[in-house]
Design a protein around this ligand. Structure first.
Ligand code: PRP
Ligand code: URA
Length: 208
C-alpha cells in the first residue's frame, strides 16, 4: 500500500494546531518542521544499515550505521515543500537538497513545472520528496516522474495532509513509491482545495 497514514498522537495534535487559521506564520513554520521530523522517522523505518567497527571509550565494537548518510537527496516541491526541509535536515544533516518548482494553475488545478534542478549523483541514491499537500496529486505525481528519470535506488514522499482523490491517483500513477502522510482528510472542494485542510500551504508558510 503506497500511501501510509502515520497515526501518532503527537502528529495528530500538531496537525490540528496548524489547521487553525489564527496560527501565525512563525508558529506554522516551526510546527510544520516538527511534524516533518516525526514523519521522517516513520518513512525511514526500513532503511538498511551496515556494520562498522568503532571504538567506544571502553572497547572496540561492531556497530550499525546508515551506509551513506550523505547520499540522501531531500527534494522539496516549491514553494510550500521548502518549509519541510529544516525538519528533514535535522535528521539528515549531511543530506543534499534538490529542488523542483511546480505550481498549480489556479484555473485548471493542473501542475506547471517552472524549475527543475536535480544534481548529479542521485542515480542509485535515496530520494525523499516533500510537499505538505496531496490534493489532486497532480504535483506529486509529476515530481515523482521527474525524479524517476534520474534513477534513484528508492523514492519516498512525505506529505502532511492528503485527500482521498490524491491517494487514489498516486497509488495508480506510482504504485512503487511509498508516501507517508499525517492526515487523510474528507474531500476536495470545487477549487480542488483539501477540506478541512489548512488552506493554501505556501501562503501560510511564507505569510503571503
Ligand atoms: C500546492 C501544494 C502542492 C500542490 C498540491 O502548491 O504545495 O504542491 O498545491 O496540489 P495537487 O495535489 O492538486 O497538485 P501550489 O501549486 O499552490 O504552489 P505553492 O506551493 O507555490 O503555493
Ligand atoms: N494546495 C494547497 O496549498 N492547499 C490545498 O488544500 C490544495 C492544494
Amino acid at each position: 500500500m503506497p500511501v501510509h497514514i502515520v497515526n501518532h498522537p503527537l502528529i495528530t495534535h500538531k496537525i490540528s494546531v496548524i489547521r487553525d487559521k489564527r496560527l501565525g506564520t512563525r508558529d506554522f513554520r516551526t510546527i510544520v518542521s516538527e511534524i516533518t521530523l516525526l514523519l521522517t522517522y516513520e518513512a525511514t523505518r526500513d532503511f538498511p544499515l551496515k556494520e562498522v567497527e568503532i571504538e567506544t571509550p571502553v572497547c572496540t565494537t561492531r556497530a550499525r550505521v546508515l551506509p551513506d548518510e550523505g547520499r540522501v537527496f531531500l527534494i522539496p516541491i516549491l514553494r510550500a515543500g521548502l518549509g519541510m526541509v529544516p525538519g528533514m535536515l535535522d535528521i539528515f544533516p549531511l543530506g543534499k537538497v534538490a529542488h523542483i518548482g511546480l505550481r498549480r494553475n489556479e484555473r485548471t488545478a493542473l501542475p506547471e513545472t517552472y524549475y527543475y534542478n536535480l544534481p548529479e549523483g542521485i542515480e542509485g541514491a535515496t530520494a525523499i520528496i516533500v510537499d505538505p499537500m496531496l490534493a489532486t496529486a497532480g504535483s506529486l505525481s509529476a515530481a515523482i516522474s521527474l525524479v524517476k528519470k534520474n534513477r534513484p535506488r528508492v523514492i519516498r514522499a512525505i506529505c502532511l495532509i492528503a485527500a482521498p482523490e490524491g491517494r487514489e491517483r498516486i497509488e495508480r500513477d506510482h504504485p512503487d513509491v511509498d508516501v507517508y502522510v499525517a492526515a487523510m482528510d474528507e474531500r476536495l472542494d470545487e477549487r480542488k482545495y483539501i477540506v478541512p485542510g489548512l488552506g493554501d500551504a505556501g501562503d501560510r508558510m511564507f505569510g503571503t
